[in-house]
Design a protein around this ligand. Structure first.
Ligand code: PLP
Length: 421
């Protein structure tokens, strides 16, 4: 398959690629993490780079290539709308793709969150979520969030997010209050988190409007937690009349169900849910109680026409291709990934791992940032695109193209990584 892709067009001139990489570094002020400039071609889990090399794409642009590269159905969805009068649509004069997107998302809406408001990035969906919540809970404004949470990089979402790099030089306006995430090594983890919530509520009575929750922490290290942990947290929120805001921007569609909320059977607790990434757009979903007054959320753009069409396509496709559900292909992929990572753990190649659907991460023996960065680069040079996550210990993560991967392909990529480890 590699040769088939490579044979289509000769590789670009190496000097031109070097210029392009240098220009990216000079113009942006920062080089790429690794020298990835795509050629615009690929097949399934394989992507071709502009230099003619072919790699396993196990990071999938953090979402857009879940169904792989060169996928005919995704291409058809884009081509079908390519001649539409509008490349990008707004909330004032939408076209049919906007309606289809709304219908598709609302058809899978979890629990009470039946309303859908589209936007273009995960951060914007989260900004809308918080405004919607604050309007209903005014004047309460404070937000609880887990340590190492990630909500985006806008001025406000950086405050909720746990990453020091994301906050550097930013004022702390005191709007976000971190509480510990689940710690499997601590038998009293649930009590500790609920006690921290109690403390925050006691310190600022009536001032909290919401708790931001990732059911699998994405940028925070791919950490997950059992249902009982979240249920205790949600119960405490409900007692305090604080909205449960579930951020599924990274988990959406990847974890063997549309929502991690569904996988954990926690749908009924959510007041507001945000989704994005693999949708090629984003949205906030909310219950009728949180339906905002006109004018609170809007914006010139709701989504690229192709993005809206792809979002609806992805939702239909996840079910049509048998990816969703306990017997679905994503769960089968998760089992295969877990088996291999368990062998690595037993062989002491890695310290630990997490695998939830097509999301997986492992902690190498040396989990400091410099070692992780050089490991990511080594794996890239050897033929697999991966990335890292966490804030120390750092972990190598993969966001697998679960919509197209075979077990043979999985083995080949893992063999390459194993040699690097
Ligand atoms: C959980 C979560 N929330 C929000 C965001 C922000 O999404 P975007 O980068 O599309 O703005 C991300 C992105 O990594 C995320 O993982």
């Amino acid at each position: 398959m590699r040769d088939e892709i490579k044979g289509i067009r000769p590789p670009s001139n190496p000097a031109a690629i070097k210029d392009a990489l240098d220009d990216i570094a000079r113009i942006r002020g920062r080089p790429l993490v690794y020298p990835f400039i795509g050629s615009g071609r690929g097949r399934g889990a394989l992507v071709e780079l502009a230099d003619g090399s072919v790699k396993w794409d196990w990071i999938t642009s953090i979402g857009t290539h879940f169904f792989g590269h060169g996928d005919p159905e995704m291409t058809r969805a884009v081509l079908t709308v390519a001649s539409a009068d509008v490349p990008i649509q707004g909330h004032l004069q939408p076209n049919g793709e906007y309606v289809e997107f709304l219908r598709a998302v609302s058809s899978i809406a979890p629990g009470r969150c039946k309303h859908v408001w589209p936007s273009m990035s995960g951060t914007m969906a989260n900004e809308n979520a918080l405004k919607i919540i604050r309007q209903r809970h005014a004047p309460a404004f404070r937000v609880l969030a887990f340590e190492n949470a990630f909500a985006g990089r806008s001025a406000l979402m950086s405050e909720i997010s746990g990453s020091a790099a994301n906050k550097k030089g930013q004022p702390d306006m005191g709007q976000a209050h971190p509480v510990p995430f689940y710690d499997p090594a601590d038998a009293s983890s649930v009590d500790r988190t609920v006690a921290a919530m109690d403390d925050a509520f006691k310190k600022h009575p009536g001032e909290f409007c919401a708790m931001h929750v990732e059911l699998v922490q994405g940028e925070g290290g791919f950490r997950d937690a059992p249902r009982e942990f979240f249920q205790a947290v949600f119960e405490r929120c409900r007692r305090e009349r604080v909205a449960v805001w579930v951020d599924e921007i990274q988990t959406f569609g990847r974890i063997g169900e549309y929502f991690m909320l569904t996988r954990l059977g926690l749908e009924e607790w959510a007041d507001v849910v945000t989704i994005g990434k693999m949708l090629c757009g984003s949205a906030v979903l909310f219950s009728s109680e949180y339906n905002p007054d006109p004018g609170l959320v809007s914006g010139t753009f709701a989504g690229y026409t192709a993005g809206l069409a792809l979002g609806a396509h992805v939702i239909r496709r996840l079910r049509a291709d048998g990816l969703i559900g306990l017997q679905g292909k994503i769960r089968a992929l998760e089992r295969a990934v877990s088996e291999r990572l368990q062998v690595w753990k037993s062989d002491r190649l890695i310290r630990d791992y997490t695998a939830v659907g097509a999301m997986a991460a492992f902690t190498p023996i040396e989990p400091d940032l410099d070692s992780i960065r050089s490991m990511v680069r080594k794996i890239f040079d050897a033929g697999v695109c991966v990335y890292y996550t966490g804030h120390g210990p750092y972990r190598i993560r993969v966001l697998l193209p679960g919509g197209c991967m075979s077990t043979d392909e999985l083995k080949e990529g893992f063999d390459i990584m194993e040699r690097c480890l």
